[in-house]
Design a protein around this ligand. Structure first.
Ligand code: 6PG
Length: 265
């Protein structure tokens, strides 16, 4: 029986408004999780796009820092580069500089992927961290309250790159994945774990993402070439928070900048 995926997208005029929307979304989703379950476990992506939103969350001069129930929040990563935590490519380092160094979080609330380790060892240790934190048994999958994703111009998300081995990994929670065109190793959550989350959103900005967003969300299914198409949350709902440049090739939005797509596969 084909399943419908409802894709709700919000389009902001520029990068500043995009970051503010993302900061608000993080706070609202964490508040919702804390109200419902007493805590919020979120998995965040790296790259450049989320940096501005993280900076707003950590800025005492902005409204979002005071609204975030920090003491109930646990932060995980969607993926990490296989580099030390102080390396310029480290997602952890980027998140520290933008947010963690400015937020009232205790070390035990931060679940870092250990990019400095040998890739397979790092993936295995993170899998254990997930199993222990979520108290998983057997083949259970962790259910994050929120997963925040980015998208590369090649259609990758997390570190699920086109034609890479991790696309076919269904049983593990976290794997090491070799990225051919970067000749680099990454650690990544697998796509079944991402899809298990209560809420998943893509945060995408810039004209260089317009073509890939159109392909991923309005083109034919081709998950080997477009791994972002693997993201189909169990809830049947996917949120996109975009700026106008990135959304340029998607169907027009309403006057409030909201759009809707449905994919049946
Ligand atoms: C990473 C990310 C990756 C990122 C996309 C988009 O480790 O780089 O997790 O999936 O979200 O590559 O990156 P930008 O935000 O820099 O465009």
């Amino acid at each position: 029986m084909p399943r419908a995926l409802k894709v709700n997208y919000c389009v902001e005029p520029d990068a500043v408004a995009l970051a503010a929307h993302a900061a608000r979304h993080f706070v609202e989703m964490v508040q919702e999780a804390v109200a419902a379950r007493g805590r919020a476990r979120i998995a965040i992506s790296g790259g450049s796009t989320p940096k501005a939103a993280f900076a707003l969350l950590g800025d005492a001069g902005q409204p979002w820092r005071a609204r975030m129930p920090w003491e109930r929040l646990e932060i995980f990563w969607v993926d990490e580069r296989c580099v030390p935590p102080d390396h310029e490519d480290s997602n952890y380092r980027m998140t520290c500089e933008a947010l963690l160094d400015h937020a009232p979080l205790r070390p035990e609330q931060i679940h870092r992927m250990e990019g400095e380790l040998e890739p397979e060892a790092a993936a295995a240790r993170y899998e254990s961290e997930l199993r222990n934190t979520f108290r998983l048994e057997g083949a259970e999958t962790p259910c994050f309250d929120l997963v925040a994703l980015g998208m590369g111009p090649d259609g990758h998300t997390a570190s699920l790159f086109p034609h890479s081995a991790a696309l076919n990994e269904l049983g593990r929670l976290c794997v090491a994945n070799h990225v051919q065109n970067k000749d680099a190793w990454r650690i990544t959550l697998t796509w079944p774990v991402i899809n298990q989350a209560r809420s998943v959103f893509f945060l995408v900005g810039g004209a260089d993402k317009a073509a890939i967003l159109k392909e991923v969300f309005t083109g034919p299914r081709d998950v080997e070439r477009l791994p972002s198409q693997l993201i189909r949350p169990a809830s049947g709902i996917l949120t996109l928070i975009l700026d106008r440049a990135a959304a340029a090739q998607l169907p027009a939005t309403d006057a409030e900048g909201r759009g809707f797509l449905e994919r049946v596969e």
